[in-house]
Design a binder for this molecule. Structure first.
Ligand code: HEM
Length: 544
C-alpha cells in the first residue's frame, strides 16, 4: 500500500530504516547530501554577517520553525501505550466482529487524556479522562473513543462547541488553565441542566483518578452489535481495571500537581517499563434491540444516562494488556487519530444524537490537526488489514498508487468483480461492513429533543445516593471549592438550585460551605434505588 520505501512484505527497506532511526556514519541534509558542519552558519569572515546563501542554515531553521502541529482542540494532553487485546470469545453469540471471536489476539494502541487542559498542563487536575483505544483488527481498524465517566454533559452534538467554550479558559484572560473552577463552566452546566449528571461524576473522586491504570473506561453511547445472522443487540462498552478503581484525594492531587505535573504519564510509562503491565477487562451490558430503544424505562439514546449494573450486569468479553511504551511521542501519541466512525463488521451505531455529531467531527478535525485527508497513512494510524481504497493524492500523500482507473467498477485495471450496473454482488457482502437495516420511523423534520431527554435529576440522584459517606464528603468539598472560585454570586445560587433538585443533603452541605441559604427543590425528588456498583468503595470488580 505504501511508497517504494516499503518492501513487498510491508517492512521498511534498509535505507528507509536508517532514515527513520536518523542514524548512519555521517550527517546529511534532508536531500541526503553529506554535511561537514552543522554548528556554524556560513559567514563573510568569522565575525562578519551571515550569508543568505547558506542553504543548510535555511533548511535546518525552516524545518524547526514548522515542528509544531496544532494541539487537539480537546483532549490535548495525553499519554499512550501499545498493547494487545485478547478476546474470550464470549461475545461471539451477539456479534460477528472477528476480533471478538474466541482466543483472537489483536494489537491495540491506547491514548489516555485530560479534556480541557492544553498539551503542557498538569495530569492530576479535576477533569474527565479520555480512554481511547485503537484495535488493529483483521477486518480493519475499530476505535472505541471513550471516557472514564459513563455519561456526557450534553445530549446533542450541536452543543459541543458551547460546552467546550464554557469549559476552556475564559477567552479574555486565558484562566483558569485546566480546572473546572470558573464562571463559564458553572454558568453552562447550571443553565443546561442535562450536564448535572456528568458534573456530579466530575466532582466525585472519579474526577481525580489515582492512575490511568486504576480508571474505568466507558464507550458512553449505546452501540448496536450484529451477529452473523443479522440479529441485533444494543450494548454499552466498559473497561474494568484489574487493579480496581482508585482515586486521589483533593489535597494529594494539589500537591502532586506541583511536585510532578507528569504524574499520570510517568506512572503509566514506569509501570510498563517495569513489566507491571496494566490490564483491563472489556465488558458489555446488553439490552434487547426493541423499537423504543429503552431498558427498564431508561432511554438508551440519551448519553446522560447509565444503566445500573444491578439491572444489566457487565459481562466480560476480553482482556486488554498494555505492554509497550511508545518510542516516539510525536509519531505515536500525538499523531494517532481516533474516530468513532472507524467501525468493523458486527459493530454498528445507534441514533444517539451526540454520537451522530461525533461521526462528523473526528474526521473533520484531523484535516486541521494532521494537515489533510491522508492521516490514515501515518504509521500509527495504518490498518493492519489490507487497504484497497480508491482514495488518491491530497496533502501529505505518501503512497505511490498504481493503476489507471481509480474507481470501481472499471474494466481497465483488470479488477472487475462487479456486475456492470450493480454496486456489488452478493459474494462481495461476505466480510463487508453492511449497515444494519434499521427502520426509520415516519417523522417530521424538527429541531427538538424527545420528551424522554427531559429528566435531568433522577440519574444524578441515584449516583449521589449510591455514594459512601467519605465519597459524599469529597463531593460536597469539591462543589464548595470550585463554586467558591466563581466571581458571580448568581451562578453560585443557580448551582445550589440544581443541587437542591438532586438531593437536599448535598445542597445543604455545599450551601453551608459557601455561606449561602439552601434553596428548596423545584422538582419532586426522584424515587430511585442506589446502585452500589457506582461507589468506588462498593465496587465489586474484578470478579476473580
Ligand atoms: C477527542 C471522547 C464527545 C469532538 C476526544 C478524545 C476522546 C473523546 C477520548 C481523545 C482522543 C485521543 O486521545 O486522541 C469523547 C466522548 C464523548 C465525546 C466519550 C461523548 C460521549 C464529543 C463530541 C464532539 C467531540 C460531541 C464533537 C461534536 C472531539 C474532537 C476531538 C475529540 C474534535 C479531538 C480529536 C483529535 O484532535 O484527534 N474525544 N468525546 N467529542 N473529541 Fe470527543
Amino acid at each position: 500500500t505504501g511508497p517504494d520505501t516499503v518492501s513487498p512484505t510491508g517492512q521498511p527497506t534498509g535505507a528507509e530504516q536508517a532514515r527513520m532511526a536518523q542514524s548512519g556514519s555521517h550527517l546529511t541534509n534532508a536531500q541526503g547530501t553529506r554535511l561537514y558542519d552543522t554548528d556554524h552558519s556560513l559567514k563573510a569572515g568569522p565575525r562578519g554577517p551571515v550569508l543568505l546563501q547558506d542553504h543548510h542554515l535555511r533548511e535546518k531553521v525552516m524545518h524547526f520553525d514548522h515542528e509544531r502541529i496544532p494541539e487537539r482542540v480537546v483532549h490535548a494532553r495525553g499519554a499512550g501505550a501499545h498493547g494487545v487485546f485478547r478476546s474470550y470469545g464470549t461475545a461471539a453469540d451477539v456479534t460477528k466482529a472477528a476480533f471478538l471471536a474466541e482466543d483472537v489476539e489483536t494489537p491495540v494502541f491506547v491514548r489516555f487524556s485530560t479534556v480541557l487542559g492544553s498539551r503542557g498542563s498538569s495530569d492530576t487536575v479535576r477533569d474527565t479522562r479520555g480512554f481511547a483505544t485503537k484495535f488493529y483488527t483483521s477486518e480493519g481498524v475499530f476505535d472505541l473513543v471513550g471516557n472514564n465517566i459513563p455519561v456526557f454533559f450534553i445530549q446533542d452534538a450541536i452543543k459541543f462547541p458551547d460546552v467546550i467554550h464554557a469549559g476552556k479558559p475564559h477567552p479574555d484572560r486565558e484562566i483558569p488553565q485546566a480546572q473546572s473552577a470558573h464562571d463559564t463552566f458553572w454558568d453552562f452546566v447550571t443553565l443546561h441542566t442535562e450536564a448535572t449528571h456528568h458534573t456530579l461524576w466530575n466532582m466525585s473522586d472519579r474526577g481525580i483518578p489515582r492512575s490511568y491504570r486504576t480508571m474505568e473506561g466507558f464507550g458512553v453511547h449505546t452501540f448496536r452489535l450484529v451477529d452473523a445472522e443479522g440479529r441485533t443487540t444494543l450494548v454499552k462498552f466498559h473497561w474494568k481495571p484489574k487493579l480496581g478503581v482508585h482515586s486521589l484525594v483533593w489535597e494529594e492531587a494539589q500537591i502532586i500537581n506541583g511536585v510532578d505535573p507528569d504524574f499520570h504519564r510517568r506512572d503509566l510509562a514506569d509501570a510498563i517499563e517495569a513489566g507491571a503491565y496494566p490490564e483491563w477487562e472489556f465488558g458489555i451490558q446488553t439490552f434487547p434491540d426493541t423499537p423504543d430503544q429503552t431498558f427498564e424505562g431508561i432511554d438508551l439514546l440519551d448519553p446522560t444516562n447509565i444503566v445500573p449494573e444491578e439491572l444489566a450486569p457487565v459481562q466480560p468479553i476480553g482482556l486488554l494488556t498494555l505492554n509497550r511504551n511508545p518510542s516516539n511521542f510525536f509519531a505515536e501519541t500525538e499523531q494517532v487519530a481516533f474516530h468513532v466512525g472507524h467501525l468493523v463488521p458486527g459493530i454498528d451505531i445507534t441514533d444517539d444524537p451526540l454520537l451522530a455529531g461525533r461521526l462528523f467531527s473526528y474526521l473533520d478535525t484531523q484535516i486541521t490537526r494532521l494537515g489533510g485527508p491522508n492521516f490514515p497513512q501515518l504509521p500509527i494510524n495504518r490498518p493492519h488489514a489490507p487497504v484497497n481504497d480508491m482514495l488518491r493524492d491530497g496533502m501529505h500523500q505518501t503512497a505511490v498508487h498504481r493503476g489507471t482507473a481509480p474507481y470501481r467498477p472499471n474494466s481497465l485495471d483488470g479488477g472487475c468483480p462487479f456486475t456492470p450496473g450493480a454496486s456489488a454482488d452478493s459474494a462481495s457482502l461476505d466480510g463487508a461492513y453492511v449497515e444494519t437495516p434499521v427502520r426509520v420511523p415516519e417523522a417530521t423534520k424538527v429541531r427538538e429533543a424527545p420528551e424522554s431527554f427531559d429528566d435531568h435529576f433522577s440519574q444524578p440522584r441515584r449516583f449521589w445516593l449510591s455514594m459512601s459517606p467519605p465519597e459524599r464528603e469529597h463531593i460536597i468539598g469539591a462543589y464548595t471549592f470550585e463554586l467558591a472560585k466563581c466571581y458571580e454570586q448568581a451562578i453560585r445560587e443557580r448551582a445550589l438550585q440544581v443541587l437542591a433538585n438532586v438531593d437536599p443533603e448535598l445542597c445543604a452541605g455545599v450551601a453551608a460551605g459557601l455561606g449561602l441559604p439552601a434553596p428548596e427543590p423545584t422538582v419532586p425528588l426522584a424515587d430511585v434505588e442506589p446502585s452500589p456498583a457506582l461507589s468506588q468503595i462498593g465496587h465489586t470488580w474484578p470478579t476473580d
